[in-house]
Each structure stands twice: as structure tokens, then as C-alpha cells.
Design a protein around this ligand. Structure first.
Ligand code: GLA
Length: 695
């Protein structure tokens, strides 16, 4: 007998009907969505060309054939046979907040388990497991993690585009009829195709993300009745997933929520794991890359550490250049041994110096990579991914190690362990600086998916062995930013672009699925190493201040006045970080007329950043509308203003002066409707407004 399963995640519900045979039907998904009373008496079938059988089009993980004509979410075969899947005997098992739907196809010899996690943060997490139960190799060409059903009607998609230094560029477009497909084939999460999709249909909002650091597919398929199925999952190379009897494929997890706030809450409560069980205040970081590159001089680094400590910096991260003979990016990846030319007595003197100053010490690794110019490659040329007879393509002069070989992963674990056990290191910047282009394993078959899993496994192994060590996920900036990587890491290097103007868009985009406290944002030097642009220290500092704040320059190059100013911003960050990083407090508005607004608010306190990027077009800025939590009647005022005030304002009336000086009060209700009439701001200026209840 058909039965239904209904799960609730915050305001969202997800209901599926379990048929006697075939895939489960998604009966309801979204806020307030209810199971139709007439299911299954009135079937909703594709009924194309007069099919006599009722085949539901809104299937959870539709399979092709047998009357289903949509985009199939599972595709496989045994040497051309067993290409039709038809599961039966559906059962439901509840395991805490997770329901597991299971069924078998005795003919194809495939068992399936679909797990649906319903998190109270308002997020569903779906993942799928297929098991081969009979002889002969079952080649799995596609297996999405899960499917979701969206209503019919005009729909706008939110997606990311980008490139190195330009991650998380938000693009919105109407969803066309038919299929909308995104494929990522870079072997890492990528800079240009995030496994993310936002959709609005009327008042309904949805946000999807796949927790996976490898190749992926995002598909939207329009059904005959105008509704849409959304599928996310890993993308396989041909012949990559081959299941012998008893083997199984476990997909990554696809997450679905209503909005950024729910996704951020979920990341905080269910993805991130912290040393000691809870997040400590995010330590302000000095990262040595842009201030030193490969030119490591011990005396200078010690002096930089002294200067950093005086600035209030709490973590010193030694970037690329400390190992092998790494004087540029042509050599030494793989040789994770301290370079005695640069550090005659090893790294200990620098680590001890840093920790004696009260700062944590962090270190850079790029474990998966090898330069052909390295001792490791000379000893083990076969350890690199390659396909015989095909070009051995370099990218940034480097090759990728085959982590699916246990001896390779073991070797890397030992090298990382040796550094961590012999030094007081509490942080790793884990980098990955190239796309995967010829991902052949030992037997010449593609291993992209297995490599992605092996990287996650190595991260997990390091975390388990050194639970006090935090890890940052970096891939030439934000190229490996996803919940799969975040299961074992605590920070992302949001972008190699530290130009604050460009960072406005990058950070706003990443905020669609990441909380601010795990997004690395660094104050870097003038002119910007990436853009050549010169920006005031105020602008650079305020644009970074709400996130995981860091400094990416040589502090010895700063004037005493600049150091004092930067120390002031660091102190301000430390004072406000309990608010800025408080669960549920942060917000980020869509920019208008080049003005970006973000920050954090509770019913007692608000910190509002207002940054003007390009020159305003309108003479009169749109009033700043904010919805403060708490009573609408409560009166508030501007308690303090930091940054470009009044120099950043083009014109200010007497009333605006009184407002900004805190003399005038306003109700939360008025702020939420009429808004604050702020003055027009000059381009490339930023302010931080502190709001407090008035009396
Ligand atoms: C990548 C990272 C940078 C830096 C360099 C070092 O580009 O994103 O932050 O670590 O590698 O080579």
C-alpha cells in the first residue's frame, strides 16, 4: 500500500509518497507545504502520448524509462543491461532527525537508500546510497544526491560565476523552460561554478548547496505541469564508478533551505566542528604571503611577529616558502621538510618566538600537490595522477598526487604529522592550487570522485590526530568552499583578491551560504597586489572587519601612524566580534546604487557597515532600512560612528549631523519602514554605525 513520509525542518516541510513500485513521489516541499489529501487516489502522472500507466513526474531521483520522460537523476547499467531501474518494497527507518527510505530492484540487482535529514535550523540534507547486489560490474554514470520540487510560475535563479580572484559573483536570471544544467569538471569546488542554486518563485524562496569538493551537476528540469525538479550531485567521469557485487556508492549530501540565514545556522550548528567543542573568538590573523611571498628571512619574520603582536594580532600564519628549496612556484611541493637555508635551526625558533608573544602559530601546506622538481617526485614519479599516452599538463608548474593510493595518503599524513608533533602549531592553511585535468589512477581509470573523497579523508585523519589544530580550506582563494570541505575545516580563504573594493561583491556572494566568522578577510597593502588600486586604510579595514579578520602585509612597511590606525580597527573588531559573529545576528543587504550594507544586530545592539563602492548615481541615497529584532516601539540612536565620517560624506544637512551624532532617536518600526536618511557618500568610503537602544 502506498504510504507517505512527512518531515519538518524549521518552517519547511518535505513529503514523499512511497509507491508500490517506482521512485518515491515528492508530494510537498517548502514553507507550509502539505500533502494533497487526494494522493494517491488522483495520481499526478506525466501521461505523455497517452501512456496507460500512471508515472509520477515529480519523482525523488527520477530514473529513465518505464514511462518517465524527465531528466534522470540515476543512470547506470551492467555492460548495457540492467539499464532500467524499478524499485519496490519501500520501507522507512527513522534514525534521530534522519529518515531513511530503502527499496530494492531484484531484476537490476540494485538496492537503494535515500537519507533525508531534517534539521531544526530549517535545512534538509539528502543523500543517496546505491548497492550492487548481483554479479557483473554495474557502471554508475550518474547518481544525484537528492531532488527537490519547486512550484510552477516565473522563477528567478541565483547562481555564482567567477574566476580566480573573483569568486562568488552573484548572477540572477529567469529560469527558462526545459533543462538548466550546470556542470563543474575542474576536480575541485571551483572558482566559477559553485554547487549552489537559489530560486525564487513568487514569494517562495529556496537555496540549495551540495557539500562536495569535486565535480558536480546542478540540474533544474521543468515538468509537464510547469513545476520543476532540482537535482544536485557529483558528476562522474566515464567508467569512474563501477560497482561489483557488494560494492556501494554513497553520494555527498545536498542541502536545501529557504535562505542564507538558515544555511548559515546549519553550518554553525551541524557542519563545523571546533577544537574543544565550541568556536573560540576568531583570532585576528597575520598571513605572511603578500608581505613576504617566498622571501623568508627569519629576522624579518620575527620582527613582523613583534609588530603583529603589538597591533593586537593573535595568530601568525607562515605561508608558502618554508619547505624544500621553494624560492618560487616551480619547485619543492611534496618536500615538506623545513628549508635549512632559510631556517638554519629549523622552524622552532620562529614558532617559539611567535608563541612567546602570545600568538598562535599556523603553517601552510599544499598536501595534494607535487612539483616535478622535487625529491618526492624524483623518488615516486608514479605517485602523480596521469593517463598514459596523454599530456601530463602542468598548472602553476605542479602536478597532483594520487591520494587514492593509500601509500600516498599515508606519506602525506606522516609528513604533516611530523611537523605538527614537533612544533607548537595550532593551524593549517590547506591549499590546492590547480584544477584536475588528467585524473588517471593506477589502472588508468578516472578517479576524480575517489580523489575528492581521499582529500576529505586525509583532512579528517589530520583533524582526528591533532584535534586542537584548526584548518583553513584554500584553493587559490575560495576554490574549495563547500560544506564537504567544511566538515573538516574551520575557515575558508575567501579569495586571493584582497582588494577591498572587489571584496565587497566576493564577501556578499559567499554570505549566501557561509557565516561571516569563517570567511577569511584580510587588510592588505597599498596599492593592491591584485588590482593595483589604492584604497584608504579605513576602507580596507572596515570591509574586512565583520568577517574572520586578518592582515596580509608586512607590518614593518607601515608608518607609525598607519600602525596606530590599524591597531585601532583591530581593537574595534575585538570589541564587536561577539556581536558580529553571534549566531543569527549577521545580515547582508543587496547593494543599491553601489552602496553595500552588512553587519549584525540583536535586540540590544547593532553594528552596521555602510560602504560605497562606485560613485553614487542618485543624489539622494535610498534611506537605510533595517529590521532590528525586538520591539518595534523600542527607541534607538546612533551611539558611535567609525570610519569615513564626515570626510566620506558629500553633503550633510544639520539634521543628518544631529542624527549621526546620536542626538536624534528613532523607533525600530520607523527604521524598518522609513529608514535612516544617510548622507550621500563618496566612492570607496566606508562607515561603521553602532546603534543602541535610547534609554
Ligand atoms: C595560493 C593561496 C595564497 C597563497 C599562495 C601561496 O594562491 O590562495 O593565499 O597561499 O597560494 O603559494
Amino acid at each position: 500500500m502506498p504510504s507517505t513520509v512527512t518531515l519538518s525542518a524549521g518552517p519547511l516541510s518535505f513529503s514523499v509518497g512511497l509507491p508500490d513500485r517506482g521512485m518515491p513521489e515528492i508530494l510537498a516541499f517548502g514553507r507550509g507545504a502539505a500533502v494533497p489529501d487526494f494522493w494517491p487516489d488522483v495520481p499526478r502522472s506525466s501521461r505523455i502520448n497517452g501512456m496507460d500507466a500512471d508515472v509520477p513526474s515529480a519523482a525523488l531521483l527520477p530514473v529513465a524509462g518505464l514511462g518517465a520522460f524527465g531528466w534522470p537523476a540515476i543512470v547506470g547499467h551492467r555492460d548495457g543491461r540492467d539499464f532500467l531501474l524499478d524499485f519496490s518494497g519501500w520501507t522507512v527507518r527513522h534514525d534521530g532527525a534522519t529518515a531513511v527510505l530503502a527499496a530494492s530492484d531484484a531484476v537490476a540487482g540494485i538496492d537503494i537508500e535515500i537519507s533525508i535529514l531534517a534539521s531544526k535550523t530549517g535545512v534538509f540534507g539528502l543523500s543517496t546510497r546505491l548497492m550492487s547486489m548481483k554479479d557483473g560490474v554495474y557502471t554508475l554514470d550518474r547518481c544525484m544526491a537528492g531532488s527537490f520540487l519547486l512550484p510552477a510560475g516565473e522563477a528567478t535563479a541565483t547562481r555564482f560565476t567567477g574566476m580566480w580572484g573573483r569568486e562568488f559573483q552573484i548572477r540572477r536570471h529567469h529560469l527558462a523552460p526545459g533543462i538548466t544544467l550546470q556542470e563543474n569538471r575542474r576536480g575541485r569546488t571551483s572558482h566559477d561554478r559553485q554547487p549552489y542554486l537559489g530560486v525564487t518563485v513568487g514569494d517562495a524562496r529556496f537555496a540549495f548547496h551540495l557539500g562536495w569538493s569535486g565535480n558536480h551537476l546542478v540540474a533544474v528540469d521543468t515538468l509537464d505541469d510547469g513545476r520543476r525538479l532540482v537535482h544536485l550531485g557529483a558528476l562522474f567521469e566515464p567508467g569512474e564508478i563501477r560497482l561489483s557485487r557488494g560494492d556501494s556508492y554513497q553520494s555527498p549530501v545536498v542541502y536545501a533551505a529557504e535562505d542564507a540565514a538558515a544555511l548559515q545556522a546549519f553550518v554553525r550548528s551541524e557542519i563545523l566542528t571546533w577544537p574543544g567543542g565550541a568556536m573560540s573568538p576568531r583570532p585576528v590573523t597575520l598571513n605572511t604571503w603578500e608581505g613576504n611571498y617566498f622571501d623568508h628571512r627569519l629576522d624579518s619574520l620575527k620582527a613582523q611577529a613583534d609588530a603583529a603582536a603589538a597591533l593586537g594580532i593573535e595568530r601568525f600564519v607562515l605561508d608558502d616558502g618554508w619547505f624544500g628549496r621553494r624560492d618560487d612556484d616551480t619547485t619543492s611541493l611534496g618536500d615538506w621538510i623545513v628549508d635549512r637555508r632559510k631556517y638554519p635551526d629549523g622552524l622552532k625558533p620562529l614558532v617559539d618566538h611567535v608563541t612567546a608573544l602570545g600568538m598562535q602559530f599556523g603553517i601552510w601546506f599544499e598536501p595534494e600537490m607535487v612539483n616535478e622538481e622535487s625529491d618526492l617526485y624524483r623518488a615516486h614519479p608514479d605517485w602523480a595522477l596521469k593517463v598514459d599516452g596523454r599530456p601530463f599538463l602542468r598548472s602553476r608548474n605542479q602536478q597532483v598526487l594520487d591520494l587514492t593510493r593509500p601509500e600516498v595518503s599515508d606519506h602525506l599524513f606522516e609528513k604533516i604529522s611530523a611537523m605538527l608533533s614537533s612544533h607548537a602549531i595550532s593551524y593549517i592553511k590547506w591549499d590546492m592550487n590547480r584544477d584536475l585535468t588528467h585524473v588517471g589512477g593506477v589502472d588508468g581509470r578516472a578517479v576524480t570522485t575517489a580523489q575528492t573523497r581521499a582529500v576529505h579523508a586525509l583532512m579528517a585523519r589530520v583533524r582526528a590526530a591533532f584535534p586542537h589544530v584548526e584548518i583553513e580550506s584554500c584553493a587559490s582563494g575560495g576554490g574549495r568552499t563547500d560544506y564537504g570541505a567544511l566538515a573538516n575545516t574551520q575557515r575558508v580563504w575567501t579569495s586571493d583578491c584582497t582588494d577591498a573594493l572587489d571584496r565587497l561583491e566576493i564577501q556578499r556572494g559567499a554570505s549566501l551560504f557561509l557565516p561571516p566568522e569563517i570567511m577569511g578577510a584580510h587588510v592588505s597593502a597599498n596599492p593592491s597586489h591584485q588590482s593595483g588600486r589604492t584604497l584608504s586604510l579605513t576602507f580596507r579595514a572596515l570591509v574586512a572587519l565583520a568577517y574572520h579578520l586578518g592582515v596580509e602585509l608586512n607590518p614593518l612597511d607601515m608608518s607609525p601612524a598607519e600602525r596606530t590606525e590599524l591597531a585601532g580597527f583591530i581593537a574595534l573588531h575585538k570589541r564587536l566580534r561577539p556581536l558580529l559573529h553571534a549566531p543569527g545576528a549577521n545580515f547582508n543587504l543587496d547593494p543599491r546604487d553601489g552602496r553595500y550594507v552588512w553587519g549584525a544586530m540583536t535586540s540590544d545592539q547593532a553594528a552596521v557597515f555602510v560602504a560605497q563602492g562606485p560613485t553614487m548615481v542618485c543624489e539622494q541615497p535610498e534611506p537605510l532600512v533595517l529590521r532590528l529584532p525586538g520591539s518595534p516601539e523600542r527607541m534607538w540612536r546612533i551611539a558611535a560612528i567609525h570610519g569615513d565620517s564626515p570626510s566620506g560624506f558629500i553633503r550633510m544637512s544639520d539634521g543628518q549631523k544631529r542624527l549621526l551624532s546620536g542626538e536624534l532617536t528613532f523607533s525600530a518600526a520607523a527604521l524598518a519602514s522609513a529608514g535612516l536618511p544617510l548622507p550621500m557618500q563618496r566612492p570607496e568610503t566606508a562607515l561603521l554605525l553602532e546603534l543602541t537602544p535610547a534609554g
